[in-house]
Design a protein around this ligand. Structure first.
Ligand code: UT7
Length: 324
């Protein structure tokens, strides 16, 4: 018998306000044509002043709890991936814990930028596999607009706000890849690339929150290679061939990165969940938002095998294999 983390609920939240590429062109020197051609992004959602990272996480969590038929107190842990916390401390996850009425267990944040959901998923899955928790809420939530420099056209058109989550519940499996649930997650980082994509601020350096600073070309180059390589590694490790994968649910930063990853993996684009056109890059929220979108649209079905690769600041990258 092997303990598996089954997905018993997913949820998502996108702020009401939508900003089109034409709206962005009123703020910086850019155009709808440039943004669509270079990134595939058409619109992004921006949270208002009173909507925090925790607010969006709570909305997504409430949806997932409803789907799972649970209350907040059924959760043993909350793991929240974010680089845009409500406050420097405490963790944004504890605000979610309080709002959901969860009076036991633990809640903590994971800082891994666009790989934040994959890192959080691995932490949560490990807790379940070790018997330390039975039910864990895993969230990616970001208010990237708060760390976006709206005078920098190189970055401000790329990001959006939102939250997505899954609820994992311990279940018994056979221990092979026919099991449903999280089959495996690999995560990596290489800190020598930290300057290529980082915040210009920090509590212990300049006492500021800072803005996104990115060497776009360098990130692009690594993203396609790392996401494809870690995908191949996780498949080989688990004895799964690419033809067994039903859907690729990648991090949504740029349609060209997604296409390059799919091409390296030889996966046709009609087996790839793409939400970057509607959400832009929502950092840690991007993969769970795409997952929730795929489930809501009916594309992703029970029993199907999903491959979720991601890459972000750090550099961090990783992939998860999940059977729904
Ligand atoms: O999730 C991880 C986080 N981030 C990413 O994954 C993003 C990775 N990088 C990218 O997606 C792409 O590198 C970008 C979308 C950021 C840029 O696309 P690119 O094809 O690599 O463009 P580029 O950096 O080579 O810039 C081409 C030109 C430049 O002009 P010059 O120097 O050739 O005259 C830029 O100044 O496009 C210019 N440019 C813009 N023009 C209109 C940059 N941003 C804009 C803009 N509108 N918003």
């Amino acid at each position: 018998m092997t303990l598996r983390s089954r997905i018993v609920g997913t949820g998502s939240f996108l702020p009401e306000h939508i900003s089109t590429n034409d709206d962005m062109a009123k703020i910086v020197e850019t155009s709808d044509a440039w943004i669509v051609e270079r990134t595939g992004i058409r619109v992004r959602h921006f949270a208002d002043e009173n909507t925090y990272t925790s607010t969006m996480a709570i909305k997504a969590a409430e949806e997932a709890l409803k789907v799972a038929g649970m209350t907040g107190d059924d959760l043993d842990a909350i793991v929240l991936g974010t680089v845009t916390p409500d406050k420097t401390f405490p963790a944004t996850a504890v605000y979610v814990q309080a709002a959901l009425g969860m009076k036991h267990g633990c809640a903590f944040d994971v800082v891994a930028a666009c790989s934040g959901f994959l890192y959080s998923l691995r932490a949560a899955d490990n807790m379940i596999r070790l018997g330390q928790a039975k039910t864990v809420l895993v969230i990616g939530s970001e208010k990237v607009s708060k760390v976006t420099d709206f005078t920098d056209r190189n970055t401000c058109v790329l990001f959006g706000d939102g939250a997505g989550c899954v609820i994992l519940k311990a279940g018994e499996g056979k221990g092979d890849v026919s099991d449903s649930g999280v089959l495996d997650t690999l995560i990596y980082s290489d800190g020598t690339y930290a300057p290529e994509l980082c915040s210009t601020g920090g509590a212990s350096t300049n006492h500021e929150v800072g803005f996104v600073s990115m060497n776009g070309r360098e990130v692009f180059r690594h993203a396609a290679v790392n996401m494809a390589d870690v995908s191949l590694e996780i498949l080989e490790k688990n004895g799964i061939s690419l033809s067994d994968v039903d859907w690729l649910v990648p991090h949504q930063a740029n349609i060209r990165i997604i296409e390059a990853t799919a091409k390296r993996l030889n996966v046709p684009m009609d087996r790839v969940i793409c939400t970057v056109d509607q959400h832009a890059n929502t950092s840690a929220a991007s993969i769970p938002l795409a997952l929730a979108d795929g489930i809501k649209s009916g594309k992703l079905k029970k029993g199907q095998l999903l491959l979720l690769p991601g890459m972000g600041s750090g550099f961090t990258w990783g992939a998860s294999l999940i059977r729904l």
